[in-house]
Design a protein around this ligand. Structure first.
Ligand code: ADE
Length: 248
């Protein structure tokens, strides 16, 4: 997977991405990250990339041309990195461009799975009050929101999506199992609570059944716990889980 991120804060994206599991995976060459600084494509001598909104309204908008040129640079880099086809020509396929915005479809595990099948993704991070709609219409294929709240920019949300997608790519997680057994891969239920040593801490004991060594009983208990936790914390998910099984 190759990620290209169009941003005015490349350091923020690079630093966060190079930390932890995604950092290790990029060191292992499983995922690659490259950033394009939109500010370098200013069309004026002041180096600004924003302008007032036609029709009035508070705040500034990112202009089309700097965003478009940053996009072209990202495409060029991706194409250069593609290996040549047998006849010596370059593979030339469309690349999905994801605009991170509160005015987008809400990000889900299903979307993460879908995106993890791509070999390249471009993320566009907005700032100020947003981006001129014309460049969005020209280059963007997906508009994604990470939730019903407004952040100061798209960098954190792009990192959220990149992280969720990365961990679904084979080899990124060391234990290949763990991507399958966690929340949202368990038929729509949340994960059960887990415990490690010691078996008593601050007077709180690990549930007896988990110490029993009876795998059948442990599995049943965990399933029961998944239902309980989901019903308590996310009744919406629990309702859907029951409906999917024909229980109303
Ligand atoms: N940029 C600002 N707020 C956002 C959100 N909720 N999701 C994605 N990108 C954003």
């Amino acid at each position: 997977m190759r990620y290209e991120v169009l941003t005015i804060f490349p350091d923020m994206v690079e630093q966060a991405f190079r930390t932890g599991v995604t950092g290790r995976a990029s060191g292992d060459g499983i995922i690659e990250l490259d950033t394009v600084n939109i500010r370098e494509y200013s069309t004026n001598s002041y180096g600004s990339i924003d302008g007032y909104t036609y029709g009035g309204g508070a705040g500034m908008l990112m202009q089309c041309e700097p965003v478009y040129q940053a996009y072209e640079e990202a495409l060029k880099r991706l194409e250069e990195k593609r290996t040549d086809k047998e006849d010596g020509s370059k593979d030339c396929h469309p690349v999905r461009v994801i605009y991170m915005t509160p005015v987008g479809e809400v990000f889900t595990q299903k979307k993460a799975k879908e995106l993890s099948k791509e070999s390249e993704l471009i993320f566009l991070c907005g700032h100020y009050e947003g981006i001129d709609e014309r460049v969005i219409d020209e280059i963007v294929t997906d508009r994604i929101s990470i939730g019903d709240y407004v952040l100061t920019g798209g960098e954190l949300s792009a990192l959220v999506v990149m992280d969720a997608v990365a961990r679904l790519i084979p080899g990124v997680l060391k234990n290949d199992e763990s991507a399958e057994t966690e929340s949202f891969n368990t038929g729509g239920l949340l994960e059960y609570p887990q415990y490690t040593r010691p078996d008593e801490w601050h007077g709180r004991k690990v549930p007896e059944i988990l110490l029993s060594g009876d795998h059948g009983k442990v599995d049943n208990y965990r399933m029961q716990e998944m239902r309980r936790v989901t019903k308590e914390i996310r009744p919406d998910l629990y309702r859907k889980y029951m409906e999917d099984r024909g229980i109303y």
